[in-house]
Ligand binder design. Structure first.
Ligand SMILES: Nc1ncnc2c1ncn2[C@@H]1O[C@H](COP(=O)(O)OP(=O)(O)O)[C@@H](O)[C@H]1O
Ligand SMILES: [Mg+2]
Length: 359
């Protein structure tokens, strides 16, 4: 799939911009602070409802301005869709092909954007929450019922946590243990299947990017011992959970990690190696999306040239351009050697929040 048009209103320093995009490589060039990352943020928001830079919407909304609004036209193999994401009354609302009652999850399902940016090393060394978000974004695009099932799980988790704090009795807790357990099992299974497929895409990339570390592996921890239903694990930790006032087993405790023969923990990776791991994860997720959906996701690369050395930039771009995906690439300058090898289909100059096509 690719974006054919993007309209951005009141996002950071962008007041009102509208431009057409090419199916292949799109370059956004400009000085620091011009608004390049904000363009990628706009595309990412349409796919995630969240930014890779902040979870606080007030940081995204242009200071002292009208509401934040994003519109895009997305072309897939078979159809053209019109997407709108608006911030109104302190919440997001979605519009899909003119239907203002569309659910946010319908919007996100219609637009798949994966992104590598200067903060992406946090996927390796940052919080488990970021890794769960990455995993669940992938599962969401594979499993139709994922969003609704996750809502059910979160509702049950809130109930159980509230009861733990109220020191509710065993009978009442047992009802919610069962509900959580039933909500969790299909989601845990879907995550496991996804992780197994992800591993098959990821390991060859990691071994190619980081041969000096002698072999990569991926480890997934589902959040409880899956040999028995979650209900049993919850029953076991009930006393401890009461003391803590929250639930210590379940989907919300899942995590995954990478290990190498010569670097068993992420603490032994350099920042540069963490970035290569993160880019491998991004590319593996894109390629998994493609193999399941028979459609490329849109791929955003923020400041690629300042983040990776020339050889890895070229390797990443070669893999992507070979796949035919739409690429949104930013930089203060793009090395001529890279442009010779990968000619841009469209180039934009970004300056003080204005986006102008120059090619
Ligand atoms: N909420 C906001 N309102 C207005 N301007 C903002 C807001 N948040 C950030 N900015 C400004 O927007 C500009 C764009 O930032 P960014 O997209 O990161 O630029 P680039 O990636 O080109 O370096 C910066 O100059 C920043 O100071
Ligand atoms: Mg930037």
């Amino acid at each position: 799939m690719h974006l054919t048009e993007l309209r951005i209103q009141n996002l950071r320093n962008i007041e009102r911009e509208q431009f057409d995009l090419a199916p292949g490589l799109n370059l956004f060039v400009g000085a620091n602070g011009a608004g390049k990352t904000s363009v990628l943020e706009a595309a990412y928001l349409l796919s995630h409802g969240d930014s890779f830079r902040t979870h606080q919407v007030e940081h995204l909304q242009r200071r002292g301005s009208e509401p934040l609004a994003l519109f895009a036209q997305v072309q897939t193999r078979s159809l053209t869709r019109r997407l709108g994401l608006l911030r109104q009354g302190g919440r997001w609302t979605a519009k899909l092909d003119g239907d203002a009652s569309a659910k946010l999850s319908d919007l996100f399902a219609a637009c798949a954007v994966v992104c590598f940016e200067p903060g992406s090393h946090a996927l390796i060394s940052g919080s488990a929450e970021g890794r769960r978000g990455f995993l669940d974004w992938g599962v969401f695009h594979v499993e139709q019922d994922f969003a609704a099932r996750m809502r059910r799980y979160r509702r049950a988790l809130r109930q159980r946590n509230a009861l733990l704090k109220q020191e509710a009795g065993d009978d009442e807790l047992a009802i919610w243990d069962e509900e959580l357990s039933q909500a969790a099992e299909p989601l845990a299974a879907a995550r496991e299947i996804y992780m197994a497929r992800f591993e098959r895409e990821l390991i060859p990339l990691l071994d190619g990017y980081l041969p000096e570390l002698d072999g990569a592996s991926l480890r997934f921890r589902p959040g409880w011992n899956r040999a028995a239903p979650l209900r049993e694990a919850l029953e076991e930790v009930r006393q401890r959970d009461r003391a803590l006032g929250h639930t210590t087993r379940g989907l919300h405790r899942a995590d995954w990690s990478l290990a190498f023969v010569k670097a068993p923990g992420h603490e032994q990776l350099s920042r540069g190696q963490e970035k290569l791991c993160a880019i491998a994860c991004t590319l593996a997720q894109a390629s998994l999306y493609r193999s399941v959906r028979d459609e490329n996701p849109i791929i955003a690369f923020d400041d690629l040239c300042s983040e990776l050395d020339a050889a890895h930039q070229a390797a990443a771009l070669a893999a992507l351009i070979g796949s035919g995906a739409q690429i949104l690439l930013t930089g203060t300058e793009i090395p001529p050697a890279l442009l010779d090898r990968f000619p841009a289909r469209r180039m934009f100059h970004v300056e003080q929040g204005r986006v102008r096509a120059v090619l």
